[in-house]
Every structure is written in C-alpha cells, then in structure tokens.
Design a protein around this ligand. Structure first.
Ligand code: F6R
Length: 259
C-alpha cells in the first residue's frame, strides 16, 4: 500500500494522472467511480483535462453504490450526482456509466445483475474511493463481510448523519438502505485509489493503513490489495504512526514512477 500525504489539490492531480495514464494506454479503460465529497476535485481536474483533449469516448464506468428508493429525479440519487459532477462534463457516451439500480422491484436480482455487468466489462481498472468516518468504503459498513459482493446494506446512524449535509441537514431525509458493491467486488479492481481529507477521517485512515484487518474497519481489507494507493492531506494523516516514513518514501520516489 502506498500512502501519499500532500495538499488536497496535489492529491487530485495525482489521482487524475493515474486515470489519464490508463486512458492513454488503453482508451477502453473501465473506471470505478465514487460519490461524496472526496473525489470531487478529481472530477474537476478530469473535466479540465477533457477540455484540453483527454477523451473518455471509449471508456466505461461503474459506480460504487446507490441509495435505495430515492426517486429517479432526486438530485442526491448517486446516478444523478455522477452525471452532474463527472459524466456530463466529459465525453463518456450515453449508457457508459452504470450503477446499481436502487429503484429495482427485485433488489437482490439487481445486485446480481450488477456484479455480472462488471465482470462482462472485464472488471474495473482503477477504482476511486472515499472513506467514511466509520471506516466504510462504498457503503460497506462496520461488520460487513470481507468477502461480500454487491448487496443491500443498512446505513449506520453515523453515515446518515455524515451525509445529512447533502439532504439539507436532515438525517431523516437520508435513506436508510443502499445497494453497494461488496468488499470482494472492490478488491477485484486492478488499482484502488482512495482519497481522504480532514481531521474527521484521521482515525479511519489510521485504521485503514495501520490497523489490523477487520470487518470492524472495512477499509482495512485494502491492506490485502496488491496495488492500493491512499492519498491523504495533513489533517487526515494526523493519526498515522508512520507518517514521517510515508512522507520520506514519497519524497524519494523516482519522478518516472506513477501511482
Ligand atoms: C460514496 C461512497 C462512500 C463515500 C464515503 C466518504 O459513493 O462510496 O464510501 O466515499 O462516505 O464520503 P465523503 O467523500 O463525502 O466524505
């Protein structure tokens, strides 16, 4: 696992560099997209690079998760968020972004179909991730099976409180259930790139990088991934025991070596 501690703008550029490198070597790259605040600066950076000529015309993308039951036109429905924040700002073709169907009549069948779609696409090349203050990735809340696949999950009170800011501050308006890629689904992606900023993420980041692998901190499963990159600002890194070592390692990294 590589840990990079840097200002937020640099982190977004590094993540965008990784996406751009993939697209240039394989225009049919399959991206994994996260919602929430953490990847927004990356989407801004990719939209800028698209204006400068970077094309997503042959790429595809899969979302991590979706709320259950939000109306199709709800602005916080993750499909709509991704359309607004990313897909509509680049040249991804219509239908190139897929997400779990939180409005399906048969939710378990929708989850199974979603897993099949990811596999049919050949898997995800690069998965962008944020992390919850409770250590979730996607919406794999504490106690999630480390072998889980896309399924229905109940959001914790903490996650609903954290996300109330997107719902006018009202926890009651945050859905209680979601469909989420499982931890094993995420682990199947070829490169994991997690972004975290702010002191509220410091304990989760410490557990992710330095804690024991445990369902209590689901993100710790990333320690078992052969190519995982953790991009954090100073505040999110503030509880890392080996922060100086990670800083030195990154400072000594050869220029030619990407993430
Ligand atoms: C969103 C997702 C979540 C968020 C996490 C952090 O698709 O999968 O795991 O990444 O809740 O959210 P932010 O970035 O808003 O702090």
């Amino acid at each position: 696992m590589e840990v990079v501690i840097a200002p937020a703008a640099e982190l977004a550029r590094l993540a965008a560099d990784a996406v751009e490198g993939l697209l240039r070597s394989n225009p049919e790259t399959v991206l994994g997209l996260a919602t929430g605040s953490s990847p927004l600066a990356v989407y801004d950076e990719l939209a800028t690079r698209h204006k400068e000529g970077l094309s997503f015309a042959r790429a595809r993308a899969f979302m991590l998760d979706e709320y259950v039951g939000l109306p199709a036109d709800h602005p916080e429905r993750y499909r709509n968020v991704i359309e607004k924040e990313f897909a509509s700002r680049v040249d991804l073709p219509a239908g190139a972004v897929q997400g779990p169907d939180g409005l399906a009549a048969d939710l378990p069948a929708a989850c199974a179909a979603y897993e099949a779609s990811i596999q049919d696409a050949g898997g995800v090349d690069l998965q962008l991730l944020g992390i919850g203050t409770d250590g979730h990735i996607a919406f794999n809340e504490p106690g999630s099976s480390l072998a889980s696949r896309t399924r229905i999950k109940t959001l914790t009170r903490q996650t609903r409180e954290d996300n109330a800011r997107f719902f006018g501050g009202s926890v009651d308006d945050v859905p209680r259930h979601c469909l989420t890629q499982g931890l094993a689904t995420i682990m199947s992606a070829r490169h994991l790139v997690l972004l975290a900023s702010g002191r509220a993420k410091a304990e989760a980041v410490h557990q992710l990088v330095e804690g024991p692998v445990s369902a209590m901190w689901p993100a710790t499963i990333m320690q078992l991934h052969p190519h995982a990159t953790v991009l954090v600002d100073d505040a999110a890194a503030s509880r890392l025991q080996l922060a100086d070592y990670y800083r030195q390692t990154y400072a000594d990294k050869p220029d030619w070596q990407g993430l």
